[in-house]
Design a protein around this ligand. Structure first.
Ligand SMILES: Cc1ncc(COP(=O)(O)O)c(C=O)c1O
Length: 391
């Protein structure tokens, strides 16, 4: 069919410059090792921090839910798609995050879009870290509020933005809790101080911090002892929780408002029973098996130190997300392809996901990896890194 020649031209030029990427299908379940093209390789690209995607308790919860309630829910939440299990999950998440209430959306992505688009009007301003996740950026694009972007984790620049926006009805500061491409943690205590000084609201996206930081994985707010001082906590059910979805934890007022105004919540069908019940069980696992988080951090320390002592540039990572920054986009993809040949799956990431010249191979260890697997991965990175002149 004719019509898309202009898109094909762009794809062809990406192929020429070595920046075109195809999807990589997994032929096994998610885990510390996965099968790609018939070959078992070490998985270092997932967000399956605690290995919950295949945890026996989650599998059982999902299977039981299908047996008892079937495969789908048949409606959006506001019409006939709210089940008691949805409310049970929301109560559990609110208790977990030490907030009054929570609301589940179809994904972390739609949570950010739904919250930002609902609560901001032209008389408000949103003040956003320049490296916030795409879903925050897109959520901001959906609002008619004024926008200000502050330099990454730069508190002087945040204060400048606050001072420049005194005349708005509400100021909302929004930040990732853990930045997804660099693995650094937002300076929340300083952000809270500034927000309190200038009477601003704060929204933290803890997609990569829930299940990872704080007591039992409660996230960055709890990690810094700031419970009750951050207005909006967003989380995902798709990463450490191991299933699918997103949620916002906050006051009852905000949640009541989002039930009426959160567009992805209002206009998209609710989570199927298997997803909902598996998420409930995942929170139970976080509360009852804290050793998973300890193992995640033990592995993180081992692997990060290993990469650094080989001479790789791991940027400012402080969490299980450890980038290996190589600079050139094509080089990062070659590096990723080469380590795959040596038995390790770690994706190259380039512009527009990260700035030009900051392309990288991003690694994420999980609680499921053994030390032997991580050492094997380090050996593969060393070999490929030396061959490509990265180290
Ligand atoms: C910071 C951040 N927020 C939100 C999301 C989206 O979460 P989900 O995969 O549940 O849509 C991601 C996922 O990449 C993320 O890294």
């Amino acid at each position: 069919m004719k019509g898309f020649e202009y898109l094909q031209e762009e794809l062809d030029s990406m192929k020429e410059s070595g920046t075109f990427r195809s999807l990589v299908p997994l032929e096994s379940e998610q885990g510390s090792r996965v099968v790609i093209n018939g070959k078992e390789v070490i998985q270092l690209s997932s967000n399956n921090y605690l290995g919950l995607t295949s945890h026996p308790r989650l599998r059982k919860a999902a299977l039981d839910a299908v047996e008892k309630y079937g495969a789908g829910t048949g409606s959006v939440r506001t019409i006939a798609g709210t089940f008691t299990m949805h409310e049970e999950l929301e109560k559990k998440l609110a208790d977990f995050k030490h907030t009054e209430a929570s609301l589940v959306f179809q994904s972390g992505f739609t949570t950010n879009q739904g919250v930002l688009s609902a609560i901001l009007s032209p008389e408000d301003v949103v003040i956003s870290d320049e490296l916030n996740h795409a879903s925050i950026i897109d959520g901001i694009r959906l609002t008619k509020a004024a926008r200000k972007v502050y330099k990454h984790v730069d508190m002087k620049d945040l204060e400048r933005a606050l001072l420049e926006s005194k005349d708005y009805r509400k100021r909302l500061i929004v930040t990732d809790g853990v930045f997804s491409m660099d693995g650094n943690i937002a300076p929340l205590p300083e952000i809270v101080e500034l927000a309190e000084k200038y009477d601003a609201l704060i929204m933290v996206d803890d997609a990569h911090a829930s299940g990872v930081l704080g007591k039992n994985g409660r996230g960055t707010v709890n990690h810094f002892g700031l419970d009750g001082r951050v207005h909006i906590q967003v989380g995902t059910l798709s990463k450490a929780i191991g299933v699918l979805g997103g949620y916002v934890a906050s006051t009852k007022t905000l949640i009541d408002y989002l039930i009426l105004k959160g567009r992805p919540f209002l206009f998209s069908t609710s989570h199927p029973p298997a997803v909902t019940m598996a998420c409930i069980e995942a929170v139970n696992v976080l509360l009852e098996e804290p050793e998973l988080i300890e193992r995640l951090w033990d592995n993180t320390r081992f692997f990060k130190k290993g990469l650094q002592s080989l001479g790789f540039n791991t940027g400012k990572s402080q969490t299980p997300i450890t980038p290996i920054i190589v600079g050139e986009e094509a080089l990062s993809h070659h590096f990723s392809d080469r380590v795959l040949q040596y038995g390790v799956f770690a994706q190259g990431i380039a512009f527009p996901t990260v700035a030009k010249g900051m392309a990288r191979v991003r690694t994420i260890v999980t609680a499921q990896h053994s030390k032997e697997e991580l050492q094997e991965a380090l050996n593969a990175f060393e070999k490929a890194g030396k061959e490509l002149g990265i180290i």
